[in-house]
Design a protein. Structure first.
Length: 121
């Protein structure tokens, strides 16, 4: 609901008739099930400027800091928090917990104009 509310408020502030796309970044450790989120989004968007909008999800892999390699490493297996290069265990998580609103795309502006003025974006 908060995603729909945020996008609806932005559309209202910008004078947009509808929201075209909402893009989220979701980390593998965020405990967000993508299909459940999509279903909830479809229900919550009804009767709002998002009624026909698309939900784009950018998956964020889990990255840890490896003290032995002195580098961030992307985990292929989130069951074992160990560097995929040298097998050193690490709980220093650098990415993968995200649930972030990346962007909101709006349609053409529909502000009322007076005296022949054209709307400005």
């Amino acid at each position: 609901m908060s995603i729909v509310e945020t996008a609806t408020e932005l559309a209202r502030q910008q004078g947009a008739a509808r929201v075209i796309d909402v893009t989220l970044r979701i980390g593998r450790l965020s405990c967000v099930h993508e299909e459940a989120l999509r279903s909830s989004f479809m229900l919550a968007r009804e009767t709002t400027p998002l009624a026909e909008s698309n939900l784009t999800v950018i998956p964020v892999p889990v990255r840890i800091w490896c003290p032995r390699c002195h580098a961030e490493q992307e985990l292929t297996d989130i069951q074992r928090f160990a560097c995929p290069v040298c097998a050193t265990r690490s709980c220093d998580i650098r990415a993968g917990r995200e649930l972030e609103l990346e962007s909101i795309s709006l349609d053409d502006f529909t502000r009322e104009t007076t005296d022949g003025d054209t709307p400005h974006s």
